[in-house]
Structure formats: structure tokens, C-alpha cells
Write a protein that binds this ligand. Structure first.
Ligand code: NAP
Length: 224
């Protein structure tokens, strides 16, 4: 019998990255709930995705209801808005895995690494939410346009950081199940590295006129 796939809430999937992620998760068979500050806006995005995929697997709710209804919650909102959404959903996230894609870009200098005082956006999320929520960071180095274009094979790797190795493994498996390569990359403090890499990629994209540069891990693993 097929394994039942977890219900995912993607908070901010009305926007660029979350929409692409919702599309790829839906195509892989996951039930997806789009979270937004506005339930109507979330439902409109869900209707568009259902029409695009021909599947009826996406629904839309306000962020708090979406977090409450899901088994795994993914956060795809700008850094300036990350704390607001965590405040709204803090209670609903307890006992769950939160996958945080936030990159602490601080416009206008987005080509320069600028990390928050806590060390990284994901570490700040973990400290704010407490140990009852297993925060895992991922997806900071993948271009939203590539995620949304399902004809485009994602040819960069996803680095996955978090303090709980079981939660990290769940997220690594989830990413692999939607067709991408994922790597355990250590504790949540290491998310500083992945978040910082995004500014390097933005610089490289502009310097070399690349449409969405990415990173790959080289070497052959002797264990998975
Ligand atoms: N875009 C990329 O290529 C990319 C790649 C990797 C990582 N990331 C990271 O992923 C996160 C999401 O990026 P994105 O490009 O998808 O963001 P986005 O499209 O600008 O925003 C995503 C959603 O966040 C909410 N939001 C936006 N601005 C807000 C504000 N000022 N106050 C409150 N809510 C706001 C909106 O949702 P509602 O209005 O529905 O609430 C919006 O649809 C960011 O941290 C980004 O750094 C992005």
C-alpha cells in the first residue's frame, strides 16, 4: 500500500518561492494548504494551482489555520515579515517541523551578506519558537522561477540544517520526493552558511548574467 503523504502548509505560498514549492509538492502527491495573511488570497492562489495541475489537492487558509491543519509547515515569506508570521502561528507550530526558507536579505544591499544578530534567520526562528518546534532550514539557494517552471529540472542541491537529525531526515526525504537532491548540512547554526550563500548567488547571477545560478555538492557519498 502507498505510504500516506503528510499534509503540508506553505505559509506565503501566494508569493514567488512558495508557489513553486506548492506546485512541485502537489505534483508529487502531497496535500498542500496555502497560508496567507488573507484567507481569500490564499484560496485564490489555491484555485489557480488546482486549475494549473488539474488536481484538487490544494486549499487556502489564513496562516494560523493553515499551520494548525498541517503536519509539516513551510515558511516562505520575506525576512522583514518572518517574525510577524511566527508570532501568529507560534502555538499552532508546537510539536511540528517548521521548514524555514527565509533568507535575511536586507535591501538594497542584497548582494552583500548581512546576517541577523542571532546568527541566521532560521536560528532566530528556532530561538523564538522554542524547542517544542523542530526548525529545519532549506531552499534558500534555489531560484523561485526554476521551482515554478516544472519543465525545468532543478539542478542545484538543497542544503538542510536543523538541530534534530530525525526532523532533518524527514525534510531531506521530502525534498528528494519532489525531485531534488538534498543534503544534511548540520545544526541550525549552520544555516548562517546557506543563508549567506544566497547573496553570493545574487552577485554571481548579476555579474555573469546567469538566470538562477546554484550550488552542487561534489564527491561520492559512501553512506546516505
Ligand atoms: N524568490 C526566490 O527566488 C527565493 C529563493 C530562495 C529563498 N527565498 C526566500 O524565501 C522567502 C520568500 O521569498 P519570495 O520571493 O517568495 O517572497 P515574496 O513573493 O515577496 O513574498 C511571499 C509572501 O510573503 C508575504 N509577504 C510579502 N511581503 C510582505 C510584507 N511586507 N508583510 C507581510 N507579508 C508579506 C505575502 O503573502 P500574503 O500577502 O499572502 O500574506 C507574499 O505573497 C524569502 O525569505 C526569500 O528570501 C526566495
Amino acid at each position: 500500500m502507498d505510504k500516506k503523504l503528510s499534509t503540508l502548509a506553505i505559509l506565503g505560498a501566494t508569493g514567488a518561492l512558495g508557489k513553486g514549492l506548492a506546485l512541485r509538492c502537489t505534483n508529487a502527491g502531497y496535500p498542500v494548504i496555502i497560508g496567507s495573511r488573507s484567507a481569500e488570497k490564499a484560496q485564490k492562489s489555491a484555485d489557480e494551482l488546482n486549475e494549473q495541475t488539474g488536481l484538487n489537492k490544494v486549499s487556502g487558509l489564513d496562516n494560523r489555520s493553515a499551520a494548525a491543519a498541517a503536519e509539516i509547515v513551510i515558511l516562505t515569506v520575506p525576512f522583514s515579515n518572518q517574525r510577524d508570521i511566527l508570532e501568529v502561528t507560534r502555538e499552532e507550530l508546537q510539536g511540528k517541523i517548521l521548514v524555514d526558507a527565509t533568507v535575511p536579505l536586507m535591501p538594497p544591499k542584497v548582494r552583500t551578506v548581512q546576517l541577523p544578530p542571532e546568527g541566521s534567520a532560521a536560528k532566530a526562528a528556532q530561538e523564538f519558537l522554542g524547542e517544542g518546534v523542530r526548525v529545519v532550514s532549506a531552499f534558500q539557494n534555489v531560484a523561485a522561477d526554476h521551482m515554478r517552471d516544472t519543465e525545468h529540472e532543478i539542478d542545484c542541491d538543497i542544503l538542510v540544517c536543523g538541530n534534530d537529525s530525525d526532523a532533518r531526515e524527514v525534510v531531506v526525504q521530502l525534498i528528494q520526493s519532489i525531485g531534488m537532491r538534498a543534503w544534511h548540512a548540520g545544526r541550525i547554526a549552520n544555516s548562517a552558511g546557506t543563508e549567506a550563500l544566497t547573496s553570493l548567488l545574487i552577485f554571481i547571477n548579476q555579474r555573469y548574467k546567469i538566470d538562477g545560478a546554484g550550488f552542487r555538492i561534489t564527491g561520492t557519498p559512501a553512506r546516505t
